[in-house]
Design a protein around this ligand. Structure first.
Ligand SMILES: Nc1ncnc2c1ncn2[C@@H]1O[C@H](COP(=O)(O)OP(=O)(O)O)[C@@H](O)[C@H]1O
Ligand SMILES: [Mg+2]
Length: 144
């Protein structure tokens, strides 16, 4: 991936396709943080990303479960974390968050990453989704 890319998505399907392509290009061990207001498209992005990894199960935000695990065809996992209900990195570490963001065979998507900003791994990819209109979103991806 380039150090920084900005993509203008004009539909939910375009956001899914963008994330799907990104998943196919990234190696296992990749950690992505997802930022954006409610309704920006973090879950839509996650669904496309999962599809790019060959996952066929339905994907929804793990708001109540905090973590959702999806096995990959050739071993490894996709971990989808929603840290909204987690106060800080100490409570995240108490449930073993490091296991999910530090596995070279697995991918991690992290919603509400600011909850654990002090322990996020270097080399992660920050994905910010900004609402432009009802159907348009600006998606900025950057190496952190
Ligand atoms: N270009 C777009 N990309 C992503 N979602 C879009 C787009 N245009 C409209 N939407 C709508 O925005 C909503 C995004 O919801 P969701 O992914 O659940 O948001 P979040 O997880 O960030 O709260 C969906 O209802 C989707 O249909
Ligand atoms: Mg969501």
């Amino acid at each position: 991936m380039e150090n920084k890319t900005v993509f203008i998505s004009r539909s939910e399907a375009e956001t899914e396709a963008f994330a799907e392509k990104m998943a196919k290009e990234l190696p296992p061990g990749s950690v992505l943080t997802l930022d954006g207001d409610l309704g920006a498209g973090k879950t839509v992005f996650s669904r496309g990303f999962a599809r790019g990894l060959g996952i066929t199960e339905p994907v929804s935000s793990p708001t109540y479960t905090i973590i959702q695990e999806y096995p990959l065809e050739n071993g490894g996992m996709l971990f989808h974390l929603d840290l909204y209900r987690i106060a800080n990195s100490a409570s995240a570490l108490a449930f073993g968050v490091d296991e999910f963001i530090d596995d070279p065979e697995c991918y991690a998507l992290i919603e509400w990453p600011e909850r654990i900003s002090d322990i996020l791994p270097p080399g992660r990819i920050s994905v910010c989704i900004r609402h432009l209109s009802d159907t348009e979103r600006e998606i900025t991806c950057e190496r952190a």
